[in-house]
Design a protein around this ligand. Structure first.
Ligand SMILES: Nc1nc2c(ncn2[C@@H]2O[C@H](COP(=O)(O)OP(=O)(O)OP(=O)(O)O)[C@@H](O)[C@H]2O)c(=O)[nH]1
Ligand SMILES: [Mg+2]
Length: 372
């Protein structure tokens, strides 16, 4: 089972047993799990940038609290450690070691040891300006389609230093840092890696000030959209797994087709014995194996008009064939001789039509579950 909650064995078993019947119910049951998906946020960036302090601040703890993450110039975080968001336990913060410590001297070693792919979003902490490491890290994160926020902590220190100047203007100073950060937030080719909304200027010592509240809100907002994206991903994966399982099943039915056609031909040479029934039974078997809804059933009514028409057309095709066979069955030597070839192509035609319709049923169930 992966993080989307899809179990491959479960999918195969379902198709083997039910084909596409009640597929909506199956989608619903499987996907109830997506609402429990956790968002693991990796807190990363240079050593000493304020990562551990941030985790304490957002959890409302003082740095010297017993449950607090270890903080300090020499209290470097050495191993990833997990902390819950204070009001939503589906959000997990991972206090990661800083880049540039003896154990993680460069980005390559860092990425390998920290296993970035384990996290669904990142908070990238930076000191003063985005360094080459930050830029490379941002690019790496972006390439994996994970969301990220850039955080410049210790803003209180900047404000304190600026206050000493006679021309002190806090807003202008913050604006300058923001602009400077944005200009720096580019990859080695100068391509912009994020917009202004992604940059947060905070102080871990003053969680009510500057961008700290906006950051807290952005993290909370990211959870439902992350879960929605996971849902879309799970649905896509689930649909393609179901499609594959269904196609495998059709292949098995195709492989036995010639046996049924031979049996049908053999029976048909004996007048009145009804070779056509052998073929008809096989088609009923296809129908139940692929789980195609019966005309008039509740599942049938839920389908789009055009898919309903396709299903009806299969029924008509069968009736037509039965009538044709019934007529030729009385002509000696002709029916048996023709039967094998025509039954073969008839069964094949039916199976292909049924497969196409089963896939349509699957697609419709998938689209019904799509949410904005
Ligand atoms: N003034 C001020 N100091 C801060 C702030 N955030 C962290 N610090 C100080 O910066 C130092 C390093 O903070 P940590 O939170 O341990 O940094 P870290 O990023 O976890 O460091 P590593 O674990 O080594 O990667 C500590 O002395 C903190 O008290 C802040 O917003 N303002
Ligand atoms: Mg730390």
């Amino acid at each position: 089972m992966d993080f989307t909650g899809i179990n491959l064995e479960e999918v195969k078993e379902y198709v083997d047993r039910n084909g596409v019947s009640n597929i909506e119910e199956f989608f619903k049951k499987t996907l109830e799990r997506w609402q429990n998906i956790e968002m693991n946020i990796g807190i990363t960036g240079n050593s000493g940038a304020g990562k551990s302090s941030f985790i304490n601040a957002i959890r409302g703890l003082d740095n010297d609290d017993e449950k607090a993450a270890k903080v300090g110039v020499t209290e470097t975080t050495l191993e990833p450690k997990c902390y819950d968001h204070p009001t939503n336990s589906k959000i997990k913060y991972w206090d990661l070691p800083g880049i540039g410590t003896p154990k993680y001297p460069d980005l390559e070693t860092y990425c390998r040891k920290v296993q970035l792919e384990r996290y669904s979003a990142f908070l990238v902490f930076t000191i003063d300006r985005f360094t080459e490491n930050d830029q490379k890290l941002a690019k790496k994160i972006q390439s994996t389609d994970r969301s990220f926020f850039f955080i410049r902590a210790k803003i209180d220190q900047n404000v304190l230093a600026e206050k000493r100047k006679r021309s002190f203007n806090e807003d202008a100073m913050l604006q300058k840092i923001r602009r400077y950060s944005l200009e720096n937030l580019v990859d080695e080719d100068g391509k912009q890696l994020g917009n202004e909304q992604k940059i947060f200027l905070i102080s871990n010592h003053y969680p009510a000030k500057w961008d700290f509240p906006r950051l807290t809100q952005a993290i909370l907002d990211a959870l439902p959209s992350f879960q929605r994206e996971s849902l879309a991903l799970s649905l896509g994966t689930l649909t393609s797994l179901l499609t594959e399982a269904l196609q495998r099943k059709v292949q098995i039915l195709k492989d036995r087709l010639w046996v049924v056609a031979s049996a049908s031909a053999a029976v048909a040479v004996v007048p009145l014995s009804g070779g056509v029934h052998v073929a008809m039974n096989e088609i009923s078997f296809y129908r139940s194996q692929l789980g195609l809804p019966e005309e008039g059933s509740q599942n049938f009514e839920m389908l789009s008009e055009s898919t309903q028409r396709d299903l009806k057309a299969i029924g008509e095709l069968m009736a037509e064939y039965a009538a044709e066979q019934e007529a030729t069955r009385w002509i000696p030597f002709v029916s048996g001789a023709m039967s094998y070839g025509s039954t073969c192509s008839f069964l094949k035609q039916c199976l292909e039509k049924m497969e196409k319709t089963a896939l349509l049923v699957l697609q419709e169930a998938y689209l019904n579950f799509k949410i904005d």
